[in-house]
Design a protein around this ligand. Structure first.
Ligand code: HEC
Length: 249
């Protein structure tokens, strides 16, 4: 984004924020909340990433990945990144509610997954980080309907699951900002912009393909991966997805 556009956006955010959001949210609060919730989401998904070999081990029954175990590991991942404990104190704020709802969504998702992941004699189970992430996102967004929503999305050309397609705003940010060669890697973008006619704060965090992702998303393009899907032909460090959060008025 050029300097003038950036100034205009910042001005717009400053001008519209106080009117567009609940009184409990100050401008810096929504940004902190966006950052925190997307970090919790990532910390949880990393447990499923790190556990892929274990989850797909046909020789083991119980994988020890109960909802409680996954939540404990989520907290450890969160602390490793932030240096602070995940704060789940209920101070009555919308942010506290959202944090608990996100952890709760991890619990529901993992409770429901136990039969699948603990099935002995079965190798690849399709319980991928993105599948886990999609379910957590759906559970969270249903529980917080009308106040918060979270979603895992990706550049349009790379979307496998249609439910993850970027909406117009996400697509615009991905294509015209995140994909620019000069865009600072890993930097989130936020904007106060209506969603379906409702005032909302949107926060979107770009994600990139690491080496482990390329077994499915890499070269050669079109080759069938272990999941039965077609590889995208993506390159190491290329933009591969985004975590998108909405905080409604
Ligand atoms: C074992 C194969 C496999 C690996 C490894 C893998 N993915 Fe995926 N990925 C998939 C499949 C299959 C889907 C579609 C999941 C669904 O149906 O919801 C997917 C979906 C996604 C999505 C959601 C958007 C979409 O296409 O529906 C993102 C973002 C994503 N992957 C990024 C990554 C990243 C980043 C990594 C590495 C950290 C990674 N993937 C590793 C197979 C894989």
């Amino acid at each position: 984004m050029n300097a003038a556009l950036r100034m205009a956006t910042i001005t717009l955010v400053l001008l519209t924020l106080p009117a567009g959001l609940p009184a409990a949210f100050a401008a810096d609060d929504v940004e902190a909340t966006g950052k925190d919730l997307t970090l919790i989401f990532r910390s949880a998904r990393k447990v499923i990433s790190d556990g892929q070999d274990l989850i797909n081990d046909a020789s083991k029954g119980d994988k020890g990945l109960s909802s409680a175990a996954v939540i404990e590991k989520t907290k450890a991942n969160y602390k490793a990144v932030t240096g602070t404990d995940l704060n789940l104190t209920d101070d009555g704020s919308p942010t506290a509610k959202a944090r608990s709802a996100l952890i709760n969504a991890v619990q529901v998702t993992m409770d429901e997954a136990q039969a699948l992941i603990n099935e002995p004699g079965k190798g690849f189970k399709g319980f991928l980080p993105a599948v886990f992430g999609g379910r957590v996102a759906n559970n969270f967004s249903a529980a917080m309907a009308g106040t918060f929503a979270i979603k895992l999305t990706a550049p349009k050309a790379y979307v496998r699951n249609r439910a993850n397609r970027p909406d117009e705003w996400e697509d615009k940010v991905i294509e015209s900002m995140f994909k620019l060669p000069g865009y600072e890697k890993g930097k989130a973008y936020a904007e106060t912009v209506p969603v379906k006619g409702r005032a909302a704060y949107r926060y979107i965090l770009p994600e990139y393909y690491g080496a482990s992702c390329l077994a499915c998303h890499g070269d050669p393009k079109g080759e069938v991966d272990i999941t039965g899907g077609k590889k995208e032909g993506a390159k190491l460090d290329e933009l591969g997805g985004a975590i998108s959060l909405i905080i409604y008025q």
